[in-house]
Design a protein around this ligand. Sequence first.
Ligand SMILES: [Zn+2]
Length: 270
Amino acid sequence: MNRLNKPIVTKETIKNMEDMSWFIHAQIFDDLLIIAQKETNCFVLKTTDGLIVIDAIWPSKQAFDAIINAIKDIGWNADTIKKLVLTHGHTDHTGCGKWFVEEYGVNTYLSETDDIFWLEHHTKPDRPETWKDYDITNYIKDGDTITLGDKTIYAYGTPGHTPGGLSYIFPVTENGKAYMAGLWGGTTPPRTKHGVIQYLKSLDYFLEKADEKQVNVALSNHTAVDNGLERIVYSKARMSYMPNMYVIGQDGFGKYCQVFRTMSYDGLEE
Ligand SMILES: [Zn+2]
């Protein structure tokens, strides 16, 4: 069977990241909620001491409202949001964090390198409304952990997509059964050969850590990579006897991450 070995990314894909006309969400584990617009998504992790938001979609009040509404919709308490953890300093991930800071007084987490990168390298240079608009309270570096209540997020420095990009591993449960989730932070490889080499080195490093931590759940922050929207639609309607599509096993996680290599090699050839 002839299947695609990487997502098709076009100018339309990039444009779609700003489409705030609709959102979709699903509770995909006991303690993990995913909220997406067309191309970009974020996660909310529930702990015994409140909620952690991971990435923040786009600097738009509509994105913020969609995240809050999704939290309320599944019966979680938005007033307990305590932390905003970012993968990297691009606008489609730093997103609507400003409102989390203003309305919930969250602590914010990013690498210092990407905080500077976010300030100095605008994703949309001609659009001041997308520039850096809130402070990072906690700088994260490779090997750090972020703990709230019963949950600890392991952070890994995976530069390449951005100079200070981070990837995360954290535990989730389904009906009380424990799983380990892996989130590769910077989806697409950079365009320079030097950048790609760094990106692939980071990927090897992350896969080594994923192996150590026995990661068996694949998450993505861009829906184009993992049939993200279809997985959310499926998860919303999934019946109790149907499998959780995010659980792909340790071998499955390695296979899934092959897409980042494929995109890198193809980028070098083009
Ligand atoms: Zn990015």
